[in-house]
Design a protein around this ligand. Structure first.
Ligand code: MG
Length: 281
């Protein structure tokens, strides 16, 4: 009997453009198609950023709605997670997508110095975002770029500002933030299990380290995230052909660790999300 591993696919992100890789989906039509292909090979959560006509990161709720509606039309069982991690715009702007009541949205619970800028999430903004998500029934994915964000999340859960059970994502590999080290992953897992025993959690790393982080995650009972937002390459020097190719690779890896890609129904059960309207559990 294998245990399910939820595969999240981060299809686009803020950064990569067509000049980095033709495979990056940037229009709503491309994003919907890419999500469908990823779902069909095992991804059940789609982490969504949107882009404007010039491929720049956007916070336009109309674009978010278009992508969500398209994915739901094609694959109604897929869980849609909007990113609130928009760069360089006012908080009201990058939280506008939460007002669309997506099933999930990302929530970084603190700030961190990246190599070239502050990833700035002041406490008032975090609380405002958490409060709106709680009110609207949006399940946050707590993004842990630094361990302080984990402890901030524990505090928010204790104060009743985050719904239980919480879901967390460990993000490794950003320079100046958490390095890609197994000891970091081990410490994260141990702290989550002790401090938030009902939480579900996923582990990811960006760039070349993606696969090693997948192996750690699968061995430690965590869930996984992949996709072109995090890594454009399938192997050194060879760009991934699609998000689906990256998903397929981690889906196959699951079986080496007595895991299997979680179905959409298993994903909803594990995260305690309501069953999808069109997909009986
Ligand atoms: Mg993102």
């Amino acid at each position: 009997m294998t245990t399910p591993a939820i595969i999240t696919v981060a299809i686009t992100g803020n950064g990569p453009t067509k000049s980095d890789s033709e495979a990056v989906p940037v229009t709503p039509e491309e994003q919907i198609q890419s999500a469908v292909e990823a779902f069909d090979v095992g991804a059940t959560i789609c982490h969504v950023h949107v882009r404007d006509h010039e491929q720049r990161p956007s916070s336009d709720p109309a674009l978010y709605a278009q992508v969500r509606d398209g994915i739901q039309r094609e694959r109604p069982a897929m869980v849609i997670q909007f990113s609130t991690g928009a760069r360089g715009r006012a908080p009201e702007e990058h939280l506008a997508c939460v007002e669309l009541s997506p099933e999930m949205a990302s929530l970084p619970t603190g700030s961190v110095n990246f190599s070239d800028r502050i990833f700035e999430n002041p406490p008032q903004m975090v609380e405002m975002a958490a409060g709106r998500m709680l009110k609207l029934g949006v399940r946050p994915e707590i993004e842990v770029f630094d361990f302080a964000m984990l402890y901030a999340a524990v505090e928010l859960v204790t104060r009743g500002l985050l719904a239980r059970p919480p879901h967390l994502q460990l993000v490794m590999g950003f320079s100046n933030a958490l390095p890609v080290r197994e000891s970091v992953a081990d410490f994260f897992c141990a702290e989550v299990r002790e401090l938030l025993p009902d939480a579900s959690y996923s582990i990811m790393a960006i760039g070349d380290s993606q696969v090693v982080a997948h192996r750690w995650a699968l061995a430690k009972g965590a869930h996984v995230r992949t996709g072109l937002e995090d890594n454009l390459y399938c192997e050194p020097g060879r760009l991934a052909r699609s998000n689906a190719e990256l998903v397929q690779r981690v889906a196959e890896l699951c079986f080496e660790y007595d895991r299997h890609p979680a179905s959409a129904a298993e994903t909803r059960q594990l995260l305690k999300l309501p069953a999808g309207d069109d997909q009986p559990l």
